[in-house]
Ligand binder design. Sequence first.
Ligand code: ADP
Length: 473
Amino acid sequence: MRPFSLRLRLTAWYFGILAPSLLAISVIAVYGMNRSINSAVDHALDERATAVRALMRRTLPTGSIQDLVDEIKEHSQLDATGDLMQVADARARWLYRSRLLADHDVPLPAATQPAVRTERFNGLTLRIRNERISIDGTEFSVQVATPLHEFREAIERFQWLLYVVVPALLLCATAGGYFMSRRALSPVEKVIDAAESIGAKNLSSRLVVPSTGDELQRLSETLNKMLTRIEGAFTTVSQFTADASHELRTPLAILRTRAELALRRARSADEYREVLEQLLNGLERTSDLVDRLMLLARSDSGAQSLHRSELDLNVILRRVCEQGVTLAAAKNLNFKAELEPHGILLEGDQDFLERLFLILIDNAIKYTPACGDVAISSRLVGSMATIAVRDSGIGIGASDLPNVFERFYRADKARSRESGGSGLGLAIGRWIAEAHDGAISVESMPGEGATFSVSLPVSRVTSSRFRHVAGRT
Ligand code: ADP
């Protein structure tokens, strides 16, 4: 199921935040309105009760009860706030009772009832304030009241307004939110469309970067950088495939021609043997090339794993030196090894590390003319071990130096091919060094030999005083 679009989710969030907020505001508004009306009504009742109390205190000390009744009647007609008042004496006999209260039969409050209360009498809701007034030992009970229906109606009207306005507001705001998120996200749609139109055939195309200084600009820039990286990787892979097919085609064509030539006429057993040996030789080299290609392809995809264990670097270098001595002897070269006396332990894959140093020694021997020197040395520099393979051979030109670690790169193609080089050795060497969190570099001057240095992180140093100097031919 396709999940909701970001636009819809943003709108839903907007609605989800706005709806409860508007509801809370409405509830607070109605509650606040109720409270302020009640307090205004109570305040008015309080003032009226005070006025009646003052009137009674003024009248009674000199006048009779009848005088008081007359005064109250007069006062109640003067009082603009209404006629809603009743006065009873201590024996609960009414002295004065306004018509509305009498019509609705509003009784005297019980002693337990609060001084101010809201009560409904025969369909009339009243807010009543009860006052007990004692004048010269005579008790009176005075109630002043205000009908609440007008206020109630006002509140109800306000509530109805809210019932209409709040949903309408919510609807408009949600529609507005949807429209705004649509507008805000429309550049993202453009980025999506542009990104979708880029494929293997037009990998060099880039997204248009808006100069808005916002997240969209960053997103477009980041996607463009990613496209540049993908384009680089794509070019490398295409180049690698093209180079690999080319490298394989040549030896296979040679093998085929040799086999065809041999089959053109009948040959002696010795001739067949010679041709078969040549074919086998060629097949071995081709299969070695395929192995190297496979290794690089696996390293590219991250599928080539290392079998790491704690290794003694000197043990590895000693084994490599043994082969170096033999290879150098075959070419009449001097081979020397100067190894760090301390035992250097590192985490690594023994086979791959041996392969790395053998590639360097093999190259040094390959590109050094007879009677030259080849030397390997190891040193401990801080937490790194540096292994250098030095030769006094033909060296490498400044223009070739930055490229020698590239796949299929050969500084001198004819010489390299002649000596069986595929241009993959140093590329594999660099991958091995980097897979061990190390690095490889080269220094050279044409005609003055070359020095390849590998630095690898050391896990531990022991004090074992191991020293190995390989033979000299
Ligand atoms: P190859 O199999 O051709 O030797 P490498 O990847 O091992 O491939 O080396 C790449 C190129 O670097 C070689 O073709 C050669 O031109 C140059 N090179 C490598 N090592 C040396 C060296 N010790 N002295 C001079 N040139 C070297």
